[in-house]
Ligand binder design. Structure first.
Ligand code: XLS
Ligand code: NI
Ligand code: NI
Length: 442
């Protein structure tokens, strides 16, 4: 894929990031990510569908509750919202094409600033969508998913689809319609709902049941609209337990699976699992992936990591080989991500202020996944890993155990069988042995 440079070149130190192998000293090269290398039956890149998150890499300049942004992105210099949006998009396409990956993800108002009316916002979105389409024509860059920002504007302080005020719900609906239009126009593969403010701060003033009913109705409307416009991709819900709400309705994967099935949304919706959201819910990332996979709803992932000492969504770039190997084991053993990919919903630290830091962070994370995939492949092909798991359950492969799985034994049957046992043999879970296998193949 060729590099795409717009009106000006923003990342002058970097050409195209190429695979150079682990002995290369070049910090702008991949040590492990060799996009066309065949791994477990397909090219590496097709396992991942890597995406850059527009908001973290091109919009937010590092503001936090204690201070303003620290990063002076050259593409946000103009005071004209249109010029800003074009420059930002030039920077995004240059960056993504230099990284040599193929996707991005966006919120509506990452692409261009919100206008002061729905009409004006629509005009703005239309212009930037045409601009994006032009740029996409001459590239292999695609939209992994689009979404609407239903949390930043003050009107959403009490939620969007779950707002107690219908006027605000309707404005959220207008915004989702427009965001769907943009996503469809750009050939987006999927559409995401992350309900940061769909939840509550105090149950005292909240009719939870009514709000959940509203949320489900809203999602049905969005789905029906998009299907009517010919959209064939998946809708993803991205669970998160809290922040900014005290309690978010899409708490974790299990909650969302139950919600989707309860409200008849399970045929069109899958899950987008984020690492740092899993850990905020007191789960591991692997756990959340597995819960989604069990329900045939493992759609996509937002890759990042939290911090062992902090209890909030720090959105750091992932760097933990053990965690990612364990996650890939879940993903690959359950047949891969459905429709989605790996979106780096991660930001460089507030004090990482060089433009090149955007490259270091993404290169490191891409290499982490590539290396973890190679380890996973070896574990699955060369080690006793799969066999060890199967053996743990071998008592269900024949005899009465098999009868149980086949529904051919009653509770009385269990009683009769157990009465003839002296005591059951203890079989070790061998956790440490399992852990050693990962270490061996790193
Ligand atoms: C915030 C979420 C958000 C979604 C997209 O915590 O991760 O970035 O991915 O709205
Ligand atoms: Ni996310
Ligand atoms: Ni997040």
């Amino acid at each position: 894929m060729s590099v795409i440079i717009g009106q000006q070149e923003y990342f002058k130190d970097v050409k195209r990031v190429e695979f150079e192998g682990r002995d290369s000293d070049n910090p702008f090269s991949y040590k492990f990510y060799d996009e066309n290398k065949m791994v477990l039956g397909k090219p590496m890149k097709d396992h991942f569908n890597f995406a850059v998150a527009y908001w973290h890499s091109f919009v937010n300049t590092g503001n936090d509750p204690f201070g303003v942004g620290t990063k002076s992105f050259p593409w946000v210099s103009s005071s004209d919202p249109y010029q800003n949006a074009y420059d930002k998009m030039d920077a995004a396409f240059e960056f993504i094409s230099k990284l040599g990956i193929n996707h991005f993800c966006f919120h509506d108002f990452d692409l261009i600033d919100e206008g002061d009316s729905i009409r004006e916002s629509e005009n703005r979105l239309n212009k930037i969508t045409s601009y994006a389409k032009e740029k996409m024509k001459s590239s292999d860059i695609k939209v992994l998913w689009g979404t609407a920002n239903l949390f930043a504007n003050p009107r959403y302080m009490n939620g969007a689809a779950t707002n107690p005020n219908f006027d605000i719900l309707s404005m959220a609906g207008a915004q989702v319609k427009n965001a769907l239009d943009v996503t469809i126009e750009l050939g987006g593969k999927n559409y995401v709902f992350w309900g940061g403010r769909e939840g509550y701060m105090s149950l005292l003033n909240t009719d939870m049941k009514r709000e959940l009913d509203h949320m489900a109705k809203f999602l049905h409307l969005a789905k029906d609209y998009a299907r009517g416009q010919g959209f064939e991709g998946w809708f993803f819900i991205e669970p998160k337990p809290m922040e900014p709400s005290k309690h978010q309705y899409d708490f974790d994967a299990a909650t969302v699976v139950g919600f989707l099935e309860h409200y008849g949304l399970e045929k069109d919706f899958k899950l987008n699992i984020e690492v740092n959201h899993a850990t905020l819910a007191n789960h591991t990332f692997q756990h959340e992936l597995q819960v989604a996979a069990n329900a045939n709803m493992l759609g996509s992932m937002d890759a990042n990591r939290g911090d062992y000492q902090n209890g909030w969504d720090t959105d750091q770039f992932p760097n933990n080989i053990y965690e990612i190997v364990e996650s890939l084991l879940v993903i690959i053993r359950s047949g891969g991500l459905q429709g989605g990919g790996i979106n780096f919903d991660a930001k460089t630290r507030r004090n990482s202020t060089d433009l090149n830091d955007l490259f270091y962070s993404h290169i490191g994370a891409i290499d982490l996944f590539a290396r973890s995939l190679l380890i996973t492949e070896k574990m699955l092909n060369n080690s006793e890993y799969s066999k060890l798991i199967e053996e743990r359950y071998s008592s269900f492969d024949s005899g009465k155990g098999k009868d149980f799985e086949d529904g051919k034994i009653s509770l009385d049957g269990l009683h009769f069988y157990a009465s003839n046992l002296k005591e059951a043999k203890l079989i070790s879970g061998k956790q440490e042995l399992f852990e050693n296998i990962i270490n061996r193949y790193i």
